[in-house]
Design a protein. Structure first.
Length: 199
């Protein structure tokens, strides 16, 4: 395992990455840096070093469709549309998704909408960028026992480090709204397959 060090001085907008004898100066830090964390160590495999050709999530979705996301395959989620900060997904309610009372398990409303909101967010990010959910809340309006659902997710506001989204799940046949979800996400710069650890 090779180790490199990324350093940046307080107030600087540039950084440098030392990997063995290779030094790369970046116009923007590869990861967010704060004055309280002046030194960050990276551990990376030689096969993953600065691999800019690695496809990001949105490129995988465009290339492979639903098969790019294992959860889509597990739940039978299909792509309806995505672009310009909005995404739609659909899913059939199956008997194995119901709870003991015979209703669609509540977490699946949130999970389906979460995927739609995340996909919507990826459409307005740079290639290779990453996200992580900070908070998420769902309001349940009515339950469902069968049928097809459509989740719509949209980006409400995107800053440099955070983004806010909202979405809803509705019946595909008549448009009745079943749940509403809001979420906030942390945004990350391009991931080069490096594992960060603060020292």
């Amino acid at each position: 395992m090779n180790t490199g060090t990324l350093t940046a001085s307080s107030g600087s907008n540039s950084s440098a990455f030392d990997h063995g004898h290779l030094r790369i100066n970046c116009a923007n830090p590869c990861v967010p840096l704060q004055a309280t964390y002046p030194l960050i160590r990276f551990k990376c495999s030689s096969s993953a070093r600065l691999d800019r050709s690695k496809m990001g999530y949105i490129e995988k979705i465009r290339s492979k469709g639903s098969s790019a996301n294992p959860f889509f395959l597990l739940m039978g989620i299909e792509l309806v549309s995505f672009g310009q900060g909005v995404a739609k997904l659909s899913m059939d309610v199956r008997p194995d998704m119901l709870n003991g009372a015979g209703w669609l398990q509540g977490g699946l409303f949130t999970a389906l909408c979460d995927e739609a909101m995340a996909l919507a967010l990826f459409t307005v990010l740079d290639s290779g960028a990453g996200i992580a959910t900070i908070s998420e809340s769902t309001s349940y309006l009515q339950g469902v026992k069968s049928g097809r659902l459509t989740a719509t997710g949209r980006v409400i506001k995107k800053g440099r480090s955070f983004a806010f989204t909202e979405g809803e799940v509705s019946r595909s046949d008549n448009g009745d709204m079943l749940s509403q979800t809001k979420a906030s996400f942390a945004l990350f710069a391009e991931d080069y397959g490096m594992e960060r650890s603060k020292i």
